[in-house]
Design a binder for this molecule. Structure first.
Ligand code: CIR
Length: 257
């Protein structure tokens, strides 16, 4: 049974952190509608939606992916790298505690879940403005006993590792070659995005489908041509907050542990 923990769009979303995008007006009601459609889409794929409590004072709370790294055996509660986001994890932890034993990151480590790409027993972790050296080393020591290896990866041009690369099928990575090299992932095949769609590398592989933003139609066609089942979603309003489809849920197997 797949579970996706989500968190409501905060009324303060327009005050979100922005790193690579210029601030554009955000229609919070529209963002909430898009988020509700995302939850419905995941539900239609057979995923059980569990909502973490609203956090109206945290503009970026909807991007719940950054607050934890959920593995089959354990959930690591992160310390997000943006100071404005460090209070977000507190209310996510009790929800995750229903499903996994928790391990907590301690200062001075910072790590955003958006920087962690899991492929089998390997956790690729982006060195980013949000994830520091201590964050990577703490993650390594917390998960070593469960036989995960942690490999740091460099990228440029975007906020998180998973803005530059995500897995869309076994052994197949969707990536933006301007931001990351496929050479960082030996043994994986790579599908480059259409170069006109810079933000097109973030896809959510879930329940036999690839949830993918409709803003990137050319890359969507490339995914379809690969024989993948693509479930499109309009995420344009959340994209103005530098968010995408992986960021808005914590997905895991509710049975595993
Ligand atoms: C931030 O800058 O933290 C938010 N505005 C966007 C976070 C997106 N999260 C993600 O890609 N995992």
């Amino acid at each position: 049974m797949l579970i996706a923990i989500t968190r409501p769009v905060s009324p303060s979303l327009a005050k979100c952190e922005l790193t690579h995008l210029a601030r554009a007006p955000i229609d919070v009601a529209r963002a909430s509608e898009q988020h509700a459609a995302y939850e419905r889409l995941l539900g239609s794929l057979g995923v059980t939606i569990v909502r973490a409590p609203a956090a109206p004072d945290f503009p970026d709370a909807v991007f719940i992916e950054d607050t934890a790294v959920v593995l089959d055996e354990v959930a690591v509660i992160t310390r997000p790298g943006a100071p404005s986001r460090q209070g977000e994890s507190a209310a996510v932890a009790p929800v995750l505690a229903n499903y996994r034993p928790l391990l907590l990151m301690e200062p001075p480590a910072t790590l955003d879940g958006g920087d962690v790409l899991r492929i089998g027993r390997t956790l690729y972790v982006g060195r980013s403005g949000r994830t520091n050296h201590q964050g990577i080393e703490q993650l390594r020591s917390l998960v070593a006993r469960f036989d995960y290896r942690v490999l740091p990866v460099d990228f440029t041009g975007c906020l998180h590792l998973k803005s530059a690369v995500t897995d869309v099928a076994d052994g197949l990575l969707l990536l933006n070659p301007a931001w990351i090299s496929g050479a960082a992932f030996p043994g994986c095949d790579t599908l480059p995005i259409d170069e006109s769609e810079s933000y097109g590398a973030n896809a959510l592989r879930i329940a036999g489908a690839v949830v993918y933003p409709s803003q990137h139609p050319r890359t969507r066609d490339l995914l379809v041509q690969r024989g993948l089942r693509v479930a499109s979603i309009d995420y344009s309003e959340l994209a103005k907050a530098e968010g995408a489809v992986t960021c808005c849920s914590l997905v895991f197997d509710g049975q595993a542990q």
